[in-house]
Write a protein that binds this ligand. Structure first.
Ligand code: HEM
Length: 246
């Protein structure tokens, strides 16, 4: 019994020392980087209107999904082969043989639909709250650019598994500009890189999907947040503050 008590006391001392060591490391970093100040001014003590509701969490949710897409996308990229005769097989292998490959793929696919859904819902909410009005016009404009980028990253990603579904869905979607008089056919060929959807289309969609569009999306999210921090979140106009709220 005495032996057990001594062991427990010793264990507690080790844990306490480890915890103190951890605090010392944090303090060391904080003194140089100022994490406490940044957390206080940007997160915990950042003032927002009193009567915010769940609609105001949609923008943050969109950022969360974007990060999730980048993380799962990196794992998918480790196994994907962007060649017309190998792409489908590589995705099949990823789903059936790579440990948890099916999970990354599922998260990435559901995340893509989720992001389009959440961004559209976010847009509808800022529209109905009138949050796009002065001085937040540029929030709306940068948001509109973000919506287009989200749609572009979804379209380019849909082709990558090179399945019957992705091939024909891309053929139909890229056919749409063909309805424009005179220049329609040229636009379709410009998007596809050839008359029909083929290896050249896969090359350019792959490049755009994994590099250019996510980078520009990240940049515009930063612009969107910068603008938001300048103007602050808008106050819902028609909702009375609760008693005691400022
Ligand atoms: C990737 C897409 C997007 C992300 C990550 C994003 C992110 C955010 C975040 C975090 C906020 C602050 C919290 C909130 O009110 O939800 C916000 C606010 C806002 N967003 Fe977006 N957004 C996106 C797309 C859009 C779109 C498509 C529009 C409209 C076309 C838009 C217009 C606005 C406006 C006007 C505000 C200010 C709202 C207010 O002050 O109450 N955003 N956005």
């Amino acid at each position: 019994m005495l032996f057990l008590t001594e062991k427990l006391l010793w264990g507690r001392k080790v844990l306490k020392n480890l915890y103190n060591g951890y605090l010392n490391i944090l303090e060391w970093i904080d003194e140089r980087v100022g994490i406490t100040d940044i957390t206080r001014s940007q997160l915990t003590e950042y003032k927002v209107p009193a009567n915010l509701n769940y609609w105001h969490s949609l923008g943050g949710l969109a950022i969360f999904i974007f990060v999730l897409q980048v993380a799962t996308g990196i794992f998918l990229l480790m196994h994907y082969v962007p060649e017309a005769d190998k792409a489908f097989e590589s995705v099949k292998k990823l789903t059936e043989e790579v440990p948890y490959g099916w999970l990354y793929r599922r998260i990435h696919a559901i995340g893509a639909s989720g992001m389009v859904f959440i961004v559209i819902l976010h847009m509808i909410s800022v529209l109905f709250y009138g949050s796009y009005k002065r001085p937040r016009e540029l929030n709306w404009v940068s948001g509109f650019i973000l919506l287009n980028l989200v749609l572009m990253v979804s379209l380019t990603g849909y082709l990558l598994p090179w399945s019957q579904l992705s091939y024909w869905a891309t053929t139909i979607a890229t056919n749409v500009p063909g309805a424009i008089p005179y220049i329609g056919d040229e636009i379709v060929t410009f998007i596809r890189g050839s008359q029909d959807v083929g290896q050249v289309t896969l090359n350019r969609f792959f490049a755009l999907h994994v590099t250019a569009i996510p980078l520009i999306l990240g940049l515009f999210i930063a612009v969107h947040i910068f603008l938001l921090r300048r103007t602050g979140i808008s106050e819902p106009k028609w909702k009375e503050n609760k008693k005691g709220d400022k």
